[in-house]
Design a protein around this ligand. Structure first.
Ligand code: ZN
Length: 148
């Protein structure tokens, strides 16, 4: 695991390289001094924000297509929340509600919920269609890309 992470400043868009050990110390942007923040929980994505979320995040982006009525989504939700917290700064989780955002579902041709798609720096790395059979299978799939 690299010992630094890149965080894009929300104030001036500068990419800041921050030692992983300093993330908890509320680092500031080297250019404009805005506090740098990394999400520790899944973020909700919409058709309006998706491309910006994808293009401005330099690290891993795990997109989850989910539905309120989906039992498999509810089962995997605590694991997805844990991953967003454990891998904060290195991976961001973006959740797409398929009923609220049918345009994005069509664009990525989702046929099952949940569907997970992994991106890095805007590029597509892999996807998992449908629920993993067990928690460990899902964690291993994520770690194939992100590392332990
Ligand atoms: Zn800045």
């Amino acid at each position: 695991m690299p010992d630094t992470v890149l965080i894009r400043c929300t104030g001036c868009s500068t990419l800041n390289r921050v030692p992983r050990s300093r993330i908890a110390e509320q680092p500031h942007c080297g250019t404009c001094k805005t506090p740098l923040t990394v999400p520790h929980a899944p973020v909700n994505g919409t058709t309006a924000t998706f491309d910006r979320e994808l293009s401005t995040w330099p690290e891993f982006l795990l997109v989850e297509f989910w539905a309120k009525w989906c039992g498999y989504c509810r089962m995997i939700e605590p694991v997805v929340n844990d991953i967003a917290n454990w891998k904060a700064g290195r991976l961001k989780v973006l959740k797409i509600d398929v009923d609220a955002e049918p345009e994005l579902s069509r664009r990525f041709q989702t046929r099952a919920t949940p569907t997970f798609i992994m991106f890095k720096n805007g590029g597509h790395l892999g996807r998992m269609d449908g629920a993993p059979k067990e928690k460990l299978e899902f964690l291993q799939w994520v770690d194939r890309f992100v590392g332990l």
